[in-house]
Write a protein that binds this ligand. Structure first.
Ligand SMILES: Nc1ncnc2c1ncn2[C@@H]1O[C@H](COP(=O)(O)OP(=O)(O)OP(=O)(O)O)[C@@H](O)[C@H]1O
Ligand SMILES: O=P(O)(O)OC[C@H]1O[C@H](OP(=O)(O)OP(=O)(O)O)[C@H](O)[C@@H]1O
Length: 295
């Protein structure tokens, strides 16, 4: 039986649960306010909901076999965990978010080196901030923040290190990015103890594989193409890479049924090419997930 720590809160909880659902990994809990539940994957595992910043430590210590949280908190905790997989969703977009150093629009600095000693920098990510300024050789005063970090300027701070996803929060608070410290993604992590256990490692890998399949599936389309056997040579170069022969049309031995996974981008041109090369029709089907065997 496996135990998982999943993120609680407005930023990662909903989209993480959506991903598990699309992966076919059923998480059940009595209500959205329950912090404990179960996951069904072969047998039944335990799921607990923790704040993203706490997850690296409860996984590192082995209290949980695995977890999912933001790379920013894994780095801030300097947690010794196995990074099993990364995804690209954030709170509202499907792109990585960034940890940035930001200052008011009118601030004269053009890089971190321009911040004078005694500059007050508010952040929730105190360890990342400490390492960043040490590496930059800049002495500042770090001010702990517990959220709404941009609001600390001007009373409590002169600059912030905070999360940027769409940039709306910085814009709305009259701030601009001075330096990007790192880009971050949600990551599946495993405890060193669970990773050393072949049975648990297999389970964690299996879960990660299904999550990857569910996150990539919707980017692709399954194309089913019917083409006369004698036109195969012309049609083949227009098929998606890695296509396969699915069979022969029941009504016509000379008609091949071909299939392949195509990316959504460039699909209209691919279909035009197939029809021009001799295909008699092309069927597009939505893909749920493509589970690949992996390393
Ligand atoms: N747009 C975003 N804003 C804030 N955090 C984000 C965003 N997108 C992804 N994240 C990531 O989600 C995690 C949020 O952690 P945090 O402890 O701040 O919880 P939260 O979900 O924002 O909590 P709350 O609901 O209390 O605001 C971090 O890893 C963070 O970087
Ligand atoms: O670039 P954006 O898309 O605007 O996203 C980033 C903002 O969102 C988060 O704040 P949140 O609303 O979660 O409040 P908090 O700071 O209190 O956690 C984060 O702390 C940033 O302020």
């Amino acid at each position: 039986m496996i135990s998982l720590a999943l993120p609680r809160g407005s930023s990662l909880e909903k989209r993480t649960l959506d991903l598990f659902a699309r992966a076919g990994l059923r998480i059940q809990r009595p209500s959205d306010h329950s912090y404990r539940g179960t996951i069904t994957y072969g047998d039944t595992g335990q799921v607990s909901f923790y704040k993203p910043r706490e997850i690296p430590l409860v996984v590192e210590s082995g209290l949980f076999d695995a977890g999912l949280t933001g790379a920013d908190w894994i780095e801030d905790c300097a947690a010794k965990v196995e990074i099993v997989e990364s995804f690209t969703y954030a709170k509202v977009t499907d792109s990585p978010w960034r940890l940035v150093l930001a200052v008011p629009e009118e601030h004269p600095a053009s890089s971190v080196a321009d911040l004078g000693p005694g500059t007050r920098v508010a952040s929730e990510y105190l360890n990342v901030a400490r390492r960043f300024f040490r590496d930059a050789g800049t002495r500042v005063e770090l001010v702990p923040s517990y959220g709404a970090t941009e609001a600390k300027i001007p009373e409590l701070a002169d600059a912030v290190i905070d999360v940027v996803e769409t940039g709306a929060s910085l814009r709305n608070n009259g701030l601009r990015i001075l330096e990007t410290i790192r880009t971050c993604t949600p990551q599946v992590i495993a405890s060193p103890a669970a990773w050393a256990d072949a049975g648990k490692r297999d389970r964690i890998r299996g879960i990660a594989r299904l999550l990857v399949a569910a996150s990539r599936g919707p980017l692709r389309i399954l194309l089913t193409v019917r083409a006369p056997r004698h036109r195969l040579g012309e049609v083949r170069p227009h098929l998606p890479a890695g296509s396969w022969r699915a069979g022969v049309d029941l009504a016509d031995d000379d008609l091949l049924v071909l299939q392949g996974l195509a990316l959504r981008e460039g699909l209209p041109e691919m279909i035009d090419g197939l029809l021009r090369a001799g295909a008699i029709d092309v069927i597009e089907s939505e893909v749920g997930k493509v589970v690949e065997v992996g390393p």
